[in-house]
Design a protein around this ligand. Structure first.
Ligand code: AMP
Ligand code: GLY
Length: 426
């Protein structure tokens, strides 16, 4: 099989690393990729939102399968584009169509979908320029903290959680009338604040059946003990060790199955990954958000725990045998710790030489924002790379990753030393 992976982060490195191990792989290309994906695949520089260019590349390289990493091309309709191109009829694209991608691309769409199919989530209402006054009244009826969400994609920054009513009203006004998040905040979802522990659940689906992938917990804040600004994720643990088999079954029955069934009822043929961002509210799982892709850095702990051949599963989606395939999961715990560049998630420095140790002690290094130049690695993003370790025991996995992190050097290196610590004695 010739496979093209679209994207350039740690998630795409993890997917490429996993697929590169498959006995079925012939050619593996990542577009545009990073210095890490270059170690396991061929990188090709290309604008991933220029679908015509992606098509030409697929034809030139005789690609059988395209795996789309990030949400942007999906929300922009790459799957629909592929669907109507006659020359691409033999190419299978792993990623949902534009309509289904609205589960991530529009908070309002996702909330209405959940309401329609009885999927537990926070109560909400959506407001725009015509209903802003009702928005203020709605806020007055809620108790703090107030949760305001830009309807559209806002690079992970579109959610505001505010303690004061006047502040919430001011932000609502700025979002709707002053384009605080550009077009993304033309509509704003206001919802009830939910208190609890967050966890991530993932499935791979062929549109009719699905397989549950390993669960994970993400550490979103920049600072230790979950303080400071939100980031794309500073580390992750898999599985979410604080839930048991029964709770996962509850999630499956109340959230995963109704979502898959709902998509079918909407006549959406969903091929690809669904990421359920959940929160446990006193024993009841609720959906905080859907993503129509894998998480990052969750992928860097999820894929290392999948023992089965990922490409074989994907080929199952291509040829209609997905439901017959088994998915085996490693029982060990995986922990990843992200190394970021000074300043992230705000303005950060780039182009710093990275010094990697010779020996990673069996840990895995997944690159996020890196590039290679004359045989050396340099930083090129806010999140630079992460170190994943597997162990029978969470504490050992954490220690293994931290040890490797301390031996990686670049100017301005920053990482959280408390990833997974909260779960060690949970
Ligand atoms: P989202 O972009 O929807 O994932 O939201 C970003 C973060 O905001 C989530 O990971 C939660 O930590 C927080 N959040 C979102 N919605 C709520 C809510 N209704 N109650 C409490 N926290 C929330
Ligand atoms: N780590 C969260 C995300 O990928 O959206």
């Amino acid at each position: 099989m010739n496979v093209l992976i679209i994207g350039s982060g740690g998630r795409e490195h993890a997917i490429a690393w996993k697929i590169s191990k498959s006995s079925m792989i012939k050619k593996l290309i990542v577009c545009p990729g990073n210095a890490g994906t270059e170690l396991v695949a061929q990188n090709i520089e290309l604008d991933i939102n220029d679908f015509n260019k992606v098509k030409l590349l697929c034809l030139e390289e005789e690609i059988d399968i395209v795996v789309v990493g990030p949400e942007d091309p999906l929300v922009n309709g790459i799957s629909d584009y592929f669907e109507i191109q006659k020359e691409l009829k033999d190419v299978t694209l792993i990623g949902p169509c534009k309509k289904a991608a609205q589960l991530e691309g529009s908070k309002d769409f996702a909330k209405e979908f959940m309401k329609k199919y009885n999927i537990p989530t926070a109560k909400h209402k959506t407001f725009d320029i015509n209903s802003i006054k009702s928005g203020y009244k709605f806020l007055e009826k809620l108790s703090p903290p107030y949760v305001l969400k830009a309807d559209g994609l806002a690079a992970g920054k579109g959610v505001l959680i505010l303690d004061k009513l006047d502040e919430a009203k001011k932000c609502l006004k700025e979002m709707i009338l002053e384009n605080k998040f550009g077009n993304a905040s033309e509509k704003v979802v206001i919802e009830e604040f939910l208190e609890g522990v967050e966890l991530s659940v993932f499935v791979l689906t062929d549109g009719s059946t699905y397989k549950l992938l390993p669960t994970a917990k993400d550490y979103k804040r920049i600072g230790e003990k979950d303080t400071g600004l939100n980031t794309g994720g500073m580390g992750a643990v898999s599985p979410a060790t604080f839930i048991d088999r029964f709770y996962l079954e509850k999630i499956e029955m109340e959230i995963v199955k109704p979502t898959i069934e709902g998509l079918k009822k909407e006549n959406i043929n969903y091929l690809g990954f669904i990421f359920f961002g959940l929160i446990d509210v006193a024993g009841e799982p609720k959906v905080i958000e859907y993503n129509v892709r894998m998480g990052d850095p969750e992928s860097e702990v999820v894929f290392p725990r999948i023992k089965s051949d990922l490409l074989n599963l994907i080929v199952g989606i291509k040829n209609g045998t997905f439901s017959e395939k088994d998915l085996h999961i490693d029982k060990r715990v995986a922990v990843t710790v992200m190394l970021a560049s000074r300043g992230y998630p705000e303005k950060y420095e780039k182009n710093k030489l990275i010094d990697l140790p010779e020996d990673f002690n069996e840990s895995l290094i997944f690159h996020s924002g890196t590039k290679s130049k004359s045989g050396n690695f340099y930083t090129s993003g806010g999140r630079v790379m992460c170190v994943t370790s597997l162990s029978e025991n969470l504490k050992q996995a954490v220690e293994k990753s931290l040890k490797v992190c301390s031996n990686i050097h670049f100017d301005g290196k920053y990482y959280r030393k408390d990833i997974g610590r909260d779960l060690i004695n949970y």
